[in-house]
Write a protein that binds this ligand. Structure first.
Ligand code: NAD
Length: 418
């Protein structure tokens, strides 16, 4: 199965099957369809390195508004060559589950532009962002739909989209995009928030299972992967024994120097060429012995083959949908715990929520305040999910879905009277 929308719907079905009488058939059916599927085709004048008009390119952009049962739609915008309708639909659905699980007054959405960012200059990407904002601004707003960054997009691109929206709508409001730069109304901690949330969840898990975790591997060394790795090293005193990105896979049993690795990445952007560790093939990389495997690249990275090869006790899903259904079953059979995406990577949307609230009140929280709120909600949510999973004898993923569904069903009942 290589379709994220199908994967997320099958996860929904597996959770619902545990409590066949808890939710009405029509509520579940209602959840299976996004409310709005917006596709835009828009032109961009690409200038290239010499800043001369080189090409007139038609781009395809998406905004899937999955659910606004709990509040305005909320979710990132991805710039990637892999962006497809099914992928964006799946990601939007996951956002609905995450915001409901956290219990924040926001719904779920996702957007994207199909673009190979490596082929464009920074200035051209800024032009793409501005045109995407022009093409979609009618569907966006602080009370309507609040996009944010995701893979391939940055705080700077959010600033550009916000500025374009402000111009078109003649407003000084900034609450229609989150993940902006700090100077443009962004939150102080948003950049590292997803990684911090992941580590909070992991620490709560560690406290419950009372296992010793000494080593970890990480797939993907971008925003989520690198921030998580740093915190696992500094807060949990763990050693990073394997790391990869889309260019290569490296293993080093006595542990990477993460500060040095980050300095390399800041300069070169890719792992290939970094002198440390041993470059290995996929089979060896996935079977690196470690206590924790952090998946922080993208969807469908772990299928049956990788699931059988892995030699770790716990998986932390930093990325959205990194594990397919077959792999999930293998993990259950092998007793490998999976801390699921909808739970552990929800720190990013939580801090986006703080940014949105702050923008509406025209105030900004301090770093300490944001971190304290993030730590509290991640710990509380993990504990609720873990408790239900023990009570129902189900996986953490199924328990997370069940808790989210209860919240969504409550709002659905109030809003849909026969
Ligand atoms: P990013 O673009 O900063 O980093 C992605 C990393 O994954 C890069 O190092 C890239 O080289 C690597 N990668 C891509 N394809 C790979 C492959 N096939 N094998 C190995 N490595 C590969 O993106 P990010 O913001 O860190 O997001 C990563 C994942 O986390 C995505 O699934 C995203 O939706 C999810 N996520 C991100 C946030 C956030 O706040 N950034 C929040 C929640 C979920």
């Amino acid at each position: 199965m290589a379709n994220l929308n199908d994967l997320t719907l099958s996860q929904l079905d597996q959770a619902v099957a545990l409590v066949p009488d808890e939710h009405e058939r029509r509520f579940i059916n209602y959840l299976r369809y996004p409310k709005n599927e917006i596709i835009v085709n828009f032109p961009v004048f690409v200038r290239g390195k010499n800043d001369e008009i080189r090409d007139f390119v038609m781009m395809k952009g998406y905004r899937i508004q999955n659910s606004n049962l709990l509040g305005p739609y909320k979710g990132g915008i991805r710039f990637s060559d892999n962006v497809r309708l099914d992928e964006v639909k799946g990601l939007a659905f996951l956002m609905t589950i995450k915001t409901a699980l956290l219990g924040i007054p926001l719904g779920g959405a996702k957007g994207g532009v199909k673009i190979d960012t490596s082929q464009f200059t920074e200035k051209d990407l800024a032009r793409v962002a501005r045109e995407y904002a022009r093409a979609t601004y009618r569907f966006v707003g602080g009370d309507v739909d609040i996009p944010a960054p995701d893979m391939g997009t940055t705080p700077k691109l959010m600033d550009i989209m916000t500025a374009e929206y402000q111009k078109l709508k003649k407003t000084h409001d900034t609450d229609m995009f989150t993940g902006k730069s700090i100077g443009f109304g962004g939150s102080v901690t948003r950049n590292a928030a997803t990684g911090r949330g992941l580590v909070q969840c992991f620490q709560a898990h560690q406290a419950q299972v009372q296992d010793e975790f000494k080593t970890f591997a990480v797939q993907g060394f971008g925003n989520v992967g690198s921030n998580t790795a740093f915190l696992l090293e500094s807060e949990c005193l763990m050693r990073c024994v394997a790391v990869s990105d889309h260019t290569c896979m490296l293993v080093k049993t006595n542990g990477f120097d993460l500060a040095e690795l980050r300095a390399w990445m800041d300069e070169h952007k890719v792992l290939r060429g970094y002198g440390q560790g041993q470059e290995v093939e996929a089979k060896e990389y996935w079977s690196t012995p470690c206590d924790l495997f952090v998946l922080a690249a993208c969807e469908f990275q772990v299928c049956g083959e990788q699931a059988r090869a892995l030699r770790c006790g716990t998986i932390l899903e930093g990325a959205n949908g990194p594990v397919d259904s077959a792999a999930d079953r293998i993990f259950q059979e092998r007793g490998i715990a999976v801390i699921p995406d909808v739970l552990c990577n929800a720190g990013g949307v939580f801090v986006s929520y703080l940014e949105w609230v702050g923008n509406r009140k025209r105030m900004q929280l301090s770093e300490e305040e944001e971190n304290a709120k993030l730590d509290t909600i991640m710990l509380k949510t993990y504990n609720k999910v873990a408790y239900l999973s023990r009570e129902m004898r189900c996986t953490l993923r199924q328990a997370a879905y069940l808790l989210a569904l209860r919240t969504l069903n409550y709002h659905y009942d109030r809003k849909h009277v026969d």
